[in-house]
Design a protein around this ligand. Sequence first.
Ligand code: HEM
Length: 207
Amino acid sequence: MLARRQNWFESWRLFAVLSLALIVLSLWIAGMRQFEVDGVRMVIRFTARTSLLFFCLAFSAAALARLWPNAWTRWQRRNRRYLGVTFAASHGIHAVAIVCFAAMAPTDFMSATSAVSFIFGGVGYAFIVAMAATSFDRTAGAIGPRAWRILHLSGGYYLWFQFMVSFGKRVPDMPLYALFLVPLLAVMALRLIVMASARTPRTVPTG
Ligand code: HEM
């Protein structure tokens, strides 16, 4: 019974459960505003935040398991691929809501975006699609471990930067948005600590 229940929180089943929950919650949020533009904008903000959560879980998994090996961090590292693909699904819903927003209120959409946000957001989506597409054994094998590592590392850092800018630019108007930067800075700090400790040569006790 326990093993069966655990299976729902592992691997592709975990992805299925989380993605379904995201779809249901997004529909519920849009439905609270009768699927009008306000509800669609709430879904854009909701999925930006769920994307932040899953991005941070995936991007910190290896560092956390290294620094504090325990049942939770081992689960996180074991499932980081599925947490990463859940991040992509969350951003897929972000994209669908963006298209609905643009179609329903083109003038408001234009004033909420800019050429710069399209370029940086477009590059972000290109990384998300490429990273999600290479998150299967067969596709990862097809590009090889070196290309996979370069893609996933550069994509990870690019998306980290994009989150920092997207949340950070709202801080002057809404200071509480600074709270969204805390997990991002924590994740980067953890990765840097692990990188530094891997480079520091261990002192071998003598005598
Ligand atoms: C071309 C691609 C993209 C477009 C057109 C776009 C559009 C938007 C729009 C219009 C909003 C504001 C919604 C509102 O205030 O009602 C928004 C919010 C946001 N987006 Fe995107 N986005 C794009 C890609 C991305 C990517 C790749 C990321 C992150 C990796 C991202 C992260 C965010 C964040 C953090 C917010 C703020 C949410 C909040 O207020 O809590 N976006 N986006």
